[in-house]
Design a protein around this ligand. Structure first.
Ligand code: ATP
Length: 295
């Protein structure tokens, strides 16, 4: 069953074309990561899917209906990128207030426990740390036992421990049959959580596939070595120098090694390894850079 769908969706803000004929389908039981750099259009797409904004063109569907119809949103839990919590209310009161909107909410203690906030139940939200506030905002998306949870950059501002705790909560929800769409620019987050990755850049879907397939499509390998000066080598998509090593990203590692040897340049400690999703992502979005404006 399809829980969220965008068909040829475009969204314009004045001169800015934030989304350009985007297609996206989220099926029941999936955990989909929406990955893209700043300004790629992730939040815009999420806001259209959850009914906060209307597309300029194209069609969006949520739980089989129009996202702007409250009936379609009944089985939806959302945490937008920016959330405000009433500072004088206690954590427990905020949870109770949101719970009251749902017929069968997750019990307060269970929810707070799941999100590592059990000790904070009597604290006013205004006194929470930024990370605790973010965790509470994310927890609230799960109160009503939704079928679909949409999280816009859920772990921004969290330290490593809090991020991992949140990942566990998201994984737990998914393991129990829940469906998740989450945006992130933390590549490791998408790699750690998602089965499917939709890469967005400049308002367009650049790739939509499994994490492994995305790496495969790009097929970039990392060739790293110790060398002083290297000549320009064909097929290198990016070069970095770190920790006394040179790292070359290439789509043809075999040819690069041959070229290195025939160039006669001295090098040592050669390593060839597959790329991380991050490297694949850089390669995909690098192809998508807008052409420079003529002077
Ligand atoms: N309300 C708005 N008015 C005008 N332009 C907007 C508005 N919202 C977004 N934009 C523009 O649309 C484009 C896409 O923005 P969006 O927030 O969807 O990207 P994003 O991928 O979520 O970015 P980030 O990772 O920085 O949150 C950007 O160029 C942004 O400046």
């Amino acid at each position: 069953m399809i829980l969220a769908r965008a068909e040829q969706v475009s969204r314009r803000y004045g001169e800015v074309l934030a989304l350009d004929r985007v297609d996206l389908t989220v099926r029941s039981g999936e955990l989909v990561g929406l990955l893209g750099p700043n300004g790629a259009g992730k939040s815009t797409l999420i806001n259209l899917l959850v009914g906060l904004r209307r597309p300029t063109a194209g069609r969006v569907e949520l739980c089989g209906g129009d996202p702007r119809d409250p009936a379609s949103r009944r089985q939806l839990g959302v945490t937008p990128q920016e959330t405000g919590l009433p500072g004088t209310l206690r954590v427990g009161e905020v949870v109770d207030f949101v719970s009251a909107h749902f017929p069968d909410p997750v019990p307060r203690g269970e929810l707070l426990d799941r999100f590592g906030l059990a000790d904070q139940v009597r604290r006013q939200t205004g006194g929470l740390s930024g990370g605790q506030r973010r965790r509470l905002a994310v927890a609230l998306a799960f109160v009503g036992r939704p079928r679909l949870v949409v999280l816009d950059e859920p772990t921004t501002g969290l330290d490593v421990e809090a991020r991992h705790a949140l990942w566990d909560a998201i994984r737990g929800f998914h393991a129990d049959g829940g469906t998740v769409l989450l945006s992130s620019h933390y590549l490791e987050e998408v790699e750690a959580l998602a089965q499917r990755v939709v890469v967005i850049g400049h308002g367009r879907v650049l790739a939509d596939d499994s994490v492994a397939a995305i790496r495969g499509i790009v097929g970039v390998r990392r060739v790293s070595l110790v060398a002083d000066d290297l000549p320009a080598l064909p097929g290198v998509v990016a070069t970095e120098r770190a920790d006394g090593r040179v790292h070359l990203l290439t789509t043809d590692a075999d040819q690069l090694v041959r070229d290195l040897v025939t160039s006669g340049v001295p090098f040592r400690d050669l390593e060839v390894r597959p790329t991380s999703l991050e490297e694949a992502f850089l390669a995909i979005t690098a192809d998508d850079r807008p052409a420079p404006t003529p002077a």
